[in-house]
Design a protein around this ligand. Structure first.
Ligand code: KG4
Ligand code: ZN
Length: 340
């Protein structure tokens, strides 16, 4: 990458994390995320509360990102922000903040697609992490997204598969809710799955054509299964929790890996990069490793702090767009359903 001396501020506010990050050329100097604990009580993100929390968090989070990077705002070359997709009320906070800051500093404004951010996070310079070569397949799996994207270049991406209903993280979280686990349930299901038998209970996988996903049927199947079993034995959940978690996780991973195998078959591309909060799942990581052995894949998992929602991934897209001179106008609008 170019050897100029470029500082970019990235701002992310698409869902329930308020985040800011400073990038110097391709390296991250700071990556600050304020999680919103408030949603835990409700078992899911409440858009109204998210928007209000962003308004409270954004100024201190940006100030902290600049401080940690040890620069002042006058040293910035551009402001990159998440334009979409996401919750409109949340996106508006980051968008209007980024616009006023760029305007006040007389520097370019760069709009970023959140989904491209998850993918291009692989291009942050980070010791010990290889960058995938083009073309590669990106699988973005989180509480809000489930996509397989063919990536031919930084800004030449094609969505070749996506969920037609729930995201994979929701499948974890909603299953956890049925089991009485806290929100988000993904990490706990993962932990318990390690102690349980993945083949103890069998859940049928949805039949969805091509590379698309569906997870809502699985959630319903789990709900009916638990209702039936607890009718016969009220202690069924507590007596079998680890096995239930292991079986649910095994089913979800099976769904993801089947589609990846099909995507590799259809495209002939064996470089696979993952991103999004669910890529923290130990079972998925293991399944990808197995894929390297069994199918000759090369897999890429970014540093954990760059996989969950964060602003470093927004800053790297900002940097790449800066190098191309691809800037936004002051009248750019947030877009809840922005496509790749
Ligand atoms: O990327 P992320 O932090 O936020 C967005 O949803 O965009 O992802 C959060 C999701 C939640 O659904 C959470 O349950 C899931 O990632 N998650 C996991 C694990 N860690 C986080 N799911 C399964 N196993 C994990 N270890
Ligand atoms: Zn995300």
């Amino acid at each position: 990458m170019a050897s100029q001396n470029i500082y970019i501020l990235g701002i992310e506010s698409s869902c329930d994390d308020t985040a800011a990050s400073v990038m110097h050329n391709g390296r991250i100097l700071s990556n600050v995320v304020a999680n919103q604990k408030i949603h835990e009580e409700y078992g899911g993100v409440v858009p109204e509360l998210a928007s209000r929390a962003h308004q409270q968090n954004i100024v201190p989070v940006v100030a902290q990102a600049l401080k940690k990077a040890n620069i002042t705002k006058d040293q910035l070359h551009a402001i990159a922000f998440t334009r979409g997709p996401g919750l409109m009320g949340s996106l508006l906070v980051g968008t209007s903040f980024a616009k006023s800051l760029a305007y006040g500093l007389h520097i370019p404004l760069i709009d970023v697609n959140h989904m491209q951010g998850h993918i291009l996070a692989h291009f942050i310079d980070e010791e010990g992490f290889n960058k995938p070569p083009f073309p590669f397949l990106a699988m973005t799996i989180s509480g809000g997204h489930t996509q397989i994207v063919r990536v031919d270049n930084y800004f030449d991406m094609t969505v070749i598969g996506e969920t037609i209903d729930d995201a994979v993280g929701e499948a974890f979280d909603k299953s956890g809710k049925i089991l009485g686990l806290g929100y988000p349930a993904g990490p706990e299901i993962d932990k318990r799955a390690k102690l349980g038998n993945p083949k103890a209970f069998k859940f049928t996988k949805p039949r969805v054509d091509g590379l698309n996903f569906s997870f809502s049927g699985l959630k319903t199947a789990i709900l009916y299964f638990i209702q039936n079993e607890t009718k016969a034995n009220p202690n069924f959940i507590e007596e079998n929790l680890n096995d239930i978690c292991a079986s649910i996780q095994y089913t979800i991973i099976g769904i993801l890996i089947d589609k990846l195998k099909l995507a590799v078959k259809q495209t002939g591309i064996k470089h696979i990069a993952i991103g999004g909060g669910v890529s923290a799942n130990s079972g998925i990581r293991q399944a990808l490793k197995d894929g390297e052995q069994k199918f000759g894949w090369t897999t890429y998992v970014p540093k954990f702090e760059f996989t969950t929602d964060n602003a470093a991934m927004i800053a790297i897209v900002g940097y790449l767009k800066y190098l191309e001179g691809d800037f936004a106008e002051q009248n750019v609008a947030a877009s809840a359903r922005l496509k790749i």
